[in-house]
Design a protein around this ligand. Structure first.
Ligand code: 5CA
Length: 156
């Protein structure tokens, strides 16, 4: 079980959204989707990548399966603007957490969010829990409920 300021802060934010999370920490790290899948022992498809993008310099979030890559042009078409990856400072400002630990919800302010429909095909998925060595399991239903995400075809 994890116990750090960042994971506890995330768990408290999730609880405010009505979602109780069971954070798991792994000394080998969960910084990338591949790392996380290896640590958890699940398929990389079941890892939620919580990617902050800037759409006309406003932060948006894309929840993408670890098996897929985000097509920036498709995200741009969804939001109707120019889209680029956020930098490290922008990720922290938008989510309250560092790259590799940014969770799919529980941010300082809700972000416009799209979800890769592939994630909705599993009974359970895993997402970052505030730190690059911590993740938590959740249902796609809770992923949608916590993030307010809209499914969209955003993978390459
Ligand atoms: N903990 C894992 C699995 S849950 C995780 O957070 N993966 S992630 O994909 O959601 O977050 C890492 C992402 O951050 C990478 O896919 C990449 O898009 C982005 N990233 C990594 N390094 C940088 C960097 N230096 N600048 C901007 N973005 C970065």
């Amino acid at each position: 079980m994890a116990s750090s300021d960042a994971t506890e802060r995330f768990a408290a934010s999730a609880s405010e959204l009505g979602i109780e999370v069971a954070v798991r920490s792994y000394p080998e790290g969960t910084r990338t989707a591949i790392d996380a899948a290896a640590a958890v022992g699940c398929d990389v498809d079941q890892i939620v990548k919580s990617l902050v993008l800037m759409a006309d310099d406003q932060p948006v979030l894309v929840l993408c399966s670890g098996a897929n890559r985000v097509d920036l042009a498709k995200v741009g078409a969804e939001f109707g603007g120019e889209v680029r990856m956020a930098n490290a400072d922008e990720v922290r400002a938008a989510t309250g957490f560092a790259i590799g630990g940014a969770p799919p919800f529980g941010h300082p302010a809700p972000l416009p969010t799209l979800v890769d429909p592939h994630l909705l095909t599993f009974d359970e998925v895993w997402a970052a829990a505030g730190r690059p060595d911590s993740v938590f399991p959740l249902t796609p239903g809770d992923l949608m409920a916590g993030s307010g995400a809209r499914p969209a075809d955003i993978a390459t």
